[in-house]
Design a protein around this ligand. Structure first.
Ligand code: NDP
Length: 319
């Protein structure tokens, strides 16, 4: 079995930034790019491919389309010798070197160093119209898409900190933000809940669930269902923001340490841990190990850091 220098798992901005650095160090990295999986996740190019315009990525004065940014970054990585394989990591063995990763496609890959950049997937409600209208009024990222809803009527689903943060942020643009939550009690921290409750542009609608999303080309309305008595009402809406949490994509790595919310635990040098000890040559970058910032630029930065660490590791172990 050929032994890869660096296997990068994930094709989002963290993975391909790591690939650019590893490729320019002549390491000929292999990117396992993921593929669409039943039930969501596994998107080639990561979360940026599910957004529209990215206006906060430095270097693009007038913004850039997320999918275009990712296509460019992939070509940039390939120009320096990155290889891309469209398959998905199913499991990994980090107990002996070279490390091995088994794929959904049935391959076993061996590598001296592994960078895990599998990202996180926003949780969705599972309504059919929700996926059809993604990017056309349905969003799971207020920071990415809020700007496009100036003066609009918006709905945010969820009762945690993400929902409160998204709702509060969206009031910068929207005429009104309605927070729909399935219970009367909230998981959100008291300070973030209070900030949202005190915002005159935010209205709370509890205990309700979003039962349907309406509109052909864009979101035009929602059906809300009372969580206790099942009564339904249809409301006009220009946008629906999901704030029901993210799921870090870590299923293939059960032996690595996670934080209390399930994200990979890595030290300040992006090194993964297992049982509290560094796993030499295994690094994490991007949203899979970041529940706090979750931005394209921070993911790219961590991808760079992980690659630099992998390069250093290989210089020490395979001079
Ligand atoms: P949470 O798990 O805290 O909250 C998710 C919310 O979504 C809950 O209110 C839950 O309802 C609701 N929900 C989940 N699934 C569904 C569903 N299918 N339909 C309807 N509602 C649903 O996730 P968050 O993303 O809000 O937060 C994750 C972590 O990140 C937390 O530790 C949080 O503190 C942290 N965070 C911190 C921020 C900050 O400090 N600035 C900002 C954002 C997040 P229910 O309550 O009924 O379970």
């Amino acid at each position: 079995m050929p032994e890869e220098n660096v296997l990068i798992i994930g094709s989002g901005i963290a993975g391909f930034t790591a690939a650019i650095y590893a490729a320019r160090a002549n390491l000929n990295p292999l990117v396992l790019s993921g593929m669409p999986l039943p039930g969501g996740g596994g998107v080639l190019g990561g979360q940026l491919t599910t957004t529209t315009e990215v206006e906060n990525f430095p270097g693009f004065e007038h913004g850039v389309q997320g999918p275009e940014l990712m296509a460019t970054v992939q070509r940039q990585a390939e120009r320096f010798g990155t290889r891309v394989e469209q398959d998905h990591a199913a499991s990994a063995d980090f107990s002996r070197r070279p490390y091995t990763v088994r794929t959904v496609g049935g391959k076993t890959l061996a590598a001296r160093a592994v960078i895990i950049a599998t990202g996180a997937s926003a949780k969705y409600l599972g309504l059919p119209a929700e996926q059809r209208l993604l990017g056309h009024g349905v969003s799971a990222c207020a920071t990415c898409d809020g700007f496009f809803f100036k003066g609009k009527e918006l709905y945010v689903v969820g009762g945690g900190d993400t929902a409160m943060e998204e709702a509060t942020f969206l009031t910068k643009f929207a005429a009104r933000v309605n927070v729909v939550h399935r219970r009367d009690a909230f998981k959100a921290s008291p300070i973030m809940l209070r900030r949202a409750q005190e915002n005159p542009k935010i209205r709370f609608k509890t205990p309700y669930a979003v039962a349907d999303v309406h509109g052909e080309a864009k979101v035009e309305g929602l059906t809300l269902e009372h969580a206790a008595n099942g009564s339904r009402e249809r409301v006009p809406a220009d946008g629906l923001f999901l704030g029901i949490g993210h799921q870090p994509n870590t299923a293939a790595f059960p032996t690595l340490d996670k934080d209390e919310v399930g994200y990979l635990r890595a030290d300040e040098r992006t090194r993964c841990l297992s049982g509290g000890a560094v796993v030499p040559g295994v690094f994490a970058a991007g949203d899979v190990s970041d529940s706090r910032y979750r931005q394209a630029i921070t993911a790219a930065g961590k991808g760079c850091a992980a690659a630099l660490e992998a390069i250093r590791f290989l210089e020490e172990t395979h001079p």
